[in-house]
Design a protein around this ligand. Structure first.
Ligand code: GDR
Length: 340
């Protein structure tokens, strides 16, 4: 059956990384605003896309306003074909290898997808007749060990992890294509952003899932690496709202998306466990396996530019997130138990 992509007068967006935490929130927000949304998905034998399930199973949405296409990030001919076929007004590039710790074990593929994957998309855009507005999700990891704190859009990049180096390359390429080739291309320089949809290998979700399991008697311990790291943690759906606002401006620019506050891993752990009446010290094990050869330090963002230009204000704090995410994990484990 031929799908009709051009039935709506509303804008069309294409999202790489649509099945991820940010991709799923952004998709919901754009569909709510009447967009037609296309997403790129990797071809794997596992077709579980739990974050998109409610949309996927909604007959009024899937293949009407939401379409998925198979394409790997290094498959430039397919990406080009999808761009020509779907003619998006906005392209949100969220895909990539997003695990900082893992990037020490797989530096080459991290650079292949995160750095070269972004360059390949920019190269395709350069040749297109209709160039969509382009957003690249950059990261606070580009600052690494910064000389100044908090960091803003002008802070020099000094990455200390393979992931940070790959993101730095991609961020600077976005700037270069904006300045040299006139693309409407923006970097969303995102500090950590979390939600109940966060992948379970990231520390916040690992903590909240463990707190929920222990509180329900399903487990007794949590194994972590260093508790000393400090992060500027905000709420993922608030950050995807800002990403959309970035592409509605008159001119392309880079924006730091952050709360301006930091907490240690230990503080987040304490808040999550306390929220279900537990003391984390009764359950904590530490394992060097989860410690990194190099850690970023003093990472805290200054979101003044986003506040002034986009009118965006982050509302949710890290300690709110610890409670909300733990409560969501408790609920989902209870639902699972009731259904089995
Ligand atoms: P980060 O997030 O590396 O900041 O990258 P992560 O949640 O992985 O780590 C945060 C801090 O927790 C410490 N830590 C552990 N981390 C993990 N994953 N697992 C553990 O068991 C553990 N124990 C302690 C880490 O050492 C670190 O200090 C995230 C990602 O989303 C990136 O893609 C994004 O660009 C940045 O945030 C901004």
């Amino acid at each position: 059956m031929a799908l009709r992509y051009f039935s709506s007068p509303m804008p069309t967006a294409l999202i790489t990384g649509i099945t991820g935490q940010d991709g799923s929130y952004l998709t919901e927000q754009l569909l709510d605003q009447g967009y037609t949304v296309h997403g790129l998905v990797r071809r794997t034998s596992n077709t579980v896309r739990s974050r998109l399930d409610p949309l996927f199973h909604n007959k009024d949405v899937y293949n009407k306003n939401l379409f998925l296409h198979y394409a790997d990030l290094d498959d430039t001919t397919t990406i080009r074909r999808i761009l020509v076929k779907t003619q998006p007004d906005e392209l949100y590039h969220l895909a990539g290898q997003s695990h900082v710790g893992a990037s020490f074990d797989i530096p080459e593929s991290t650079c292949q997808f995160t750095a070269m994957g972004t360059l390949k998309i920019l190269e395709i855009l350069r040749d297109l007749e209709k160039q969509p507005r382009f957003l690249h999700i950059s990261s606070s990891e580009i600052f690494g060990r910064p000389d100044e704190s908090p960091q803003n859009e002008h802070t020099p990049m000094r990455p200390v992890t393979p992931y940070g180096v790959a993101k730095t390359f991609a961020t600077q390429m976005v700037q270069l294509y904006r300045e040299s080739f006139g693309l409407f291309a923006c970097n969303a320089i995102c500090y950590n952003h979390e939600s109940p949809r966060r992948g379970e290998s990231f520390v916040t979700r690992k903590i909240t899932k463990a707190a929920a399991e222990i509180s329900l008697g399903l487990s007794d311990e949590i194994v972590l690496g260093s508790l000393d790291g400090r992060r500027d943690w905000g709420s993922a759906p608030e950050y995807t709202t800002a990403m959309h606002l970035m592409l509605q401006q008159d001119a392309p620019d880079d924006y730091v998306l952050a709360t301006g506050q930091t907490h240690s891993v230990e503080e987040f752990l304490d808040a999550a466990f306390r929220s279900v009446g537990l003391d984390y010290q009764d359950h904590l094990q530490q394992n060097p396996k989860y410690m990194r050869p190099a850690e970023v330090t003093r990472l805290v963002g200054d979101p003044t530019h986003a506040k002034k230009q986009l009118g965006w204000t982050p509302a949710t704090t890290a300690l709110d997130l610890a409670k909300q995410m733990t409560a969501a994990d408790v609920e989902s484990l209870k639902r699972l138990a009731a259904s089995s």
